[in-house]
Design a protein around this ligand. Structure first.
Ligand code: NAP
Length: 298
């Protein structure tokens, strides 16, 4: 049986690793903050002491950490994955990171006899817990086939989009759609509030039509309840938008909508709100208008 390793048990990785254990695979896990692994160990996973230790126990190492330097740290840093890799092993990177860095990391890994595919995810914390993630993959078809059963345990929409690095570029496309939709949901709720509408019935009235979206149905009710707990934090969203805007700059593509949202999130970060969920984007509009969404409800 193929041994699986999983590194990074945050909002996303915790649910993903749990689903691999539930599917009956042999999974060795590691997280920088060890306590986040406790319940997964209880559910049947093996505890790795370091990323290198995980790699020694695994043919396929799945990674889901925050940003490009964090992937670099867990793979190439002290006690990193690369120190323990088995011959012909595979690294699957589920983190959202730079497409260019992905090429560089994969090339160094290849020098150590290890394959790499980029497989960023979408679907929010709910998708991670429910095993219904969307996974966009760049890399060799042979390696993707090899990992198929494990990807099936964490996601339902799995698409091979092209060669190495294309998964990360498609994820950048995904993030434009996410944040510009988030801005639309925020502006829509602000107008509804200003006009004295009942926000819950307004949302119900429009979500089934052409204006419906995952963002509206999942984060709209949270915004109305003023529940800012993160499915995805503003700080991580900004990290993704940096990747998007860098790629656009390199390709010479103007992205005015995305740039506006980047600046609005920057303002919220400066006000200490980087740990809020990305749906707190509406707070930037609230501060411009003096109107608070959901303030009359509950
Ligand atoms: P998170 O809850 O903040 O978790 C981040 C994880 O990365 C934690 O396990 C953290 O360890 C680990 N980490 C960060 N820096 C590290 C380092 N230098 N060394 C070792 N471990 C490190 O974030 P998340 O929401 O799960 O996101 C993880 C990735 O998935 C990100 O690339 C994000 O963009 C992407 N993503 C997230 C969502 C979402 O809705 N949340 C959706 C799609 C994609 P500690 O526990 O010790 O801090």
């Amino acid at each position: 049986m193929t041994d699986i390793g999983f590194i990074g048990l945050g909002i996303m990785g915790h649910g993903m690793a749990t689903n691999l254990v539930k599917a009956g695979f042999s999974v060795t896990v590691w997280n920088r903050t060890q306590s986040k692994a406790d319940d997964i160990i209880e559910a049947g996973a093996i505890r790795g002491q370091t990323p290198a230790d995980v790699a020694r126990e695994a043919d396929i190492v799945m990674i889901c950490v925050s940003d490009t330097p964090d992937v670099e740290a867990v793979v190439f840093g002290p006690d990193g994955v690369i120190e323990g890799v088995r011959p012909d092993s595979l690294i699957i990177d589920h983190s959202t990171i730079s497409p260019q860095a992905t090429q560089r990391f994969a090339s160094i890994a290849a020098d150590h006899g290890t394959h790499w595919i980029d497989a960023p995810i979408s679907g929010g914390s709910e998708g991670a817990v429910n095993g219904t993630l969307t996974i966009m993959i760049g890399g060799d078809e042979e390696q993707i086939q090899r990992s198929r059963a494990y990807l099936d345990a964490i996601g339902t929409t799995i698409t091979h989009v092209g060669p190495l690095g294309s998964g990360q570029l498609v994820k950048a496309v995904n993030q434009i759609l996410v944040v510009v939709t988030q801005l639309a949901v925020s502006e829509a709720l602000l107008l509804a509030e200003a006009g004295g509408l009942d926000l819950d019935s307004t949302l119900r009235a429009v979500e089934g039509g052409a204006a419906g979206s995952w963002m509206l149905s999942n984060r709209g009710p949270q915004m109305i309840d003023r529940d800012w707990r993160p499915g995805f934090t503003i700080d991580l969203q900004q990290k993704d938008l940096r990747i998007v805007l860098e790629a656009a700059d390199e390709l010479g593509v103007p992205l005015p909508g995305t740039a506006i949202v980047f600046q609005m999130f920057r303002a919220l970060q400066q006000q200490g709100l980087g740990g809020d969920g990305n749906h707190a984007l509406v707070k930037a509009l609230e501060r411009m208008s003096g109107i608070e969404v959901g303030s009359r409800d509950g």
